[in-house]
Design a protein. Structure first.
Length: 222
């Protein structure tokens, strides 16, 4: 392919990513990922911040993973400072898929405790993927401090992140099981149940934890 043809394809892809049709945007993201072009990384990152359709955002993320991390990671890290919550959450999501631990220093406590639940959930997922060996206990402490937060989906995301860290979460989790806030105690007990029995299901675990807290007790498991 000649340089002129490559330029034409890049221009066409840039236009398609801005199309009013979600199916056109989806095909454009697929095409860019299939034939990576570093010149389109900026547009992919920019589009992630504003794309309204979930399945198109997922394809944009996939397209970014197909490019060199040396190109994508710095641009995604830059998005973490955006005032736009979607820009932050999608950048974190994409960083978790790329899995380059050079991004770890950018996963700050501020992001892990972000007021926007979607941003925080994405930060939790990214953190457990990117955390360097030896820093897991400190991360567990930050995550456990979020127990009791948000709706069931948010709580499930946090439990999954904690469980991904393994048994090292137990000391901080046990402390949370005696917290003054019943929601924190319930969430801690449910998380421990899921760590011990991954097939239990979160709804069952949280309802069981509520019964334990209501009775003024605590989990009898390990």
């Amino acid at each position: 392919m000649t340089t002129t043809e490559e330029d034409t394809d890049a221009t066409r892809a840039l236009r398609a990513l801005e199309s009013s049709s979600s199916s056109v945007r989806l095909r454009a993201a697929l095409a860019v990922g299939t034939t990576p072009d570093a010149r389109l990384v900026d547009k992919l990152v920019e589009r992630c911040a504003v794309e309204p359709e979930f399945y198109v955002r997922e394809m944009l993320t996939w397209a970014l993973t197909r490019h060199s991390s040396s190109t994508t990671v710095p641009k995604l890290v830059g998005e973490l400072r955006s005032e736009n919550p979607q820009a932050r959450s999608q950048a974190l999501h994409t960083l978790s898929k790329i899995g380059d631990r050079q991004a770890w220093p950018a996963i700050t406590r501020a992001l892990l405790t972000d007021a926007d639940d979607e941003v925080a959930r994405s930060a939790w997922r990214a953190a457990v993927v990117l955390v360097p060996e030896g820093e897991e206990p400190e991360l567990a402490g930050v995550l456990v401090a979020q127990l009791g937060r948000g709706d069931r989906a948010t709580q499930l995301s946090l439990s999954r992140a904690l469980i991904a860290l393994g048994e090292l979460i137990m000391p901080t989790l046990r402390a949370a099981m005696t917290d003054l806030d019943p929601r924190v105690r319930e969430h801690a007990i449910a998380t421990k149940r899921l760590l011990r029995d991954p097939d239990a299901g979160f709804e069952f675990a949280i309802e069981e934890a509520k019964r334990i807290v209501a009775l003024g007790g605590r989990s009898q498991e390990g």
